[in-house]
Design a protein around this ligand. Structure first.
Ligand code: MG
Length: 253
């Protein structure tokens, strides 16, 4: 099943993506819901980020080939950082090139959407607490990652956390291919089978540190092939079974 969140005139709602339309649902996608008979075409709505997380946790250096390309060692434990909620944007929303930025990179990633409130869960329990998966772009000011000892500034700018277009359930997170396209050209292609840390391990590991809430996002790291974007460029993160997250980089006026 694919859940989408949408805005229609002055209201927002959740729906299920069925072929070329959205079927509205009532209730919570994180609990009980009912599927209604109301249908909308995609042209009648604006798609929103498909969850409203309390936090976004990103994993660094999870693909072996990406660690090699930025000359870092394969980590023994996941490195993780948090993006502020002010970084969230949805499908088709512009990514803004910050005034203080020099090099703004795409990082296409698979993201996990948490289903319910959890703390200290085991790897074996972890997937029972995952609602589904979405595409994530861990937009990064690359030069700031090198001059500072932490990643909050480099990765925390407004609009640097696009995700969507939907939350897809019933996927095997260890068997997905993450692809990133820049202006239609394939730039990244990574198999989640090649990650250092699995989704169950990451959910378990993060839950040892912080309580996770419904809708929280854990983005699982980017494969090799990172690179810069220029204002006007269109970036797409695409994962089979989920869909394509598309955004354009835009200069601030
Ligand atoms: Mg990343």
């Amino acid at each position: 099943m694919k859940f989408v969140r949408f805005q229609m005139e002055d209201r927002t709602g959740y729906g299920i993506w069925e072929d070329d339309f959205i079927r509205e649902i009532s209730g919570s996608i994180f609990g009980d819901f009912e599927i209604s008979s109301v249908k909308h075409t995609f042209s009648a709505v604006r798609l929103l980020p498909p969850a409203e997380p309390s936090k976004i946790i990103c994993i660094g250096l999870n693909f072996r080939d990406h660690a090699e390309e930025i000359k870092e060692e394969i980590p023994k434990f996941p490195s993780h950082f948090i993006k502020p909620l002010t970084a969230i944007i949805g499908p088709e929303d512009p990514i803004f090139f910050p005034r203080v930025a020099q090099r703004v990179d795409y990082e296409g990633e698979l993201a996990v959407v948490i289903k319910d409130r959890v703390k200290d869960i085991t790897q074996e329990e972890a997937l029972d607490h995952v609602l589904g998966y979405t595409c994530f772009n861990d937009v990064t000011e690359r030069l700031l990652t090198r001059v500072q000892g932490q990643l909050t500034r480099a990765k925390g700018f407004d609009t640097f956390a696009p995700f969507g277009p939907c939350i897809a359930t019933d996927l095997d997170p260890s068997q997905l291919t993450v692809r990133t396209y820049l202006n239609g050209k394939l730039m990244q292609e990574g198999q989640t089978a090649n990650t250092v840390f699995s989704v169950p391990f990451l959910v378990h590991y993060i839950s040892q540190c912080m309580t996770l809430f419904p809708g929280d996002i854990i983005s699982t790291g980017t494969p090799s092939g990172i690179g810069p974007m220029q204002p006007g460029d269109v970036v797409e993160v695409s994962i089979d079974g989920i869909g394509t997250l598309r955004n354009r980089l835009q200069s601030l006026a």
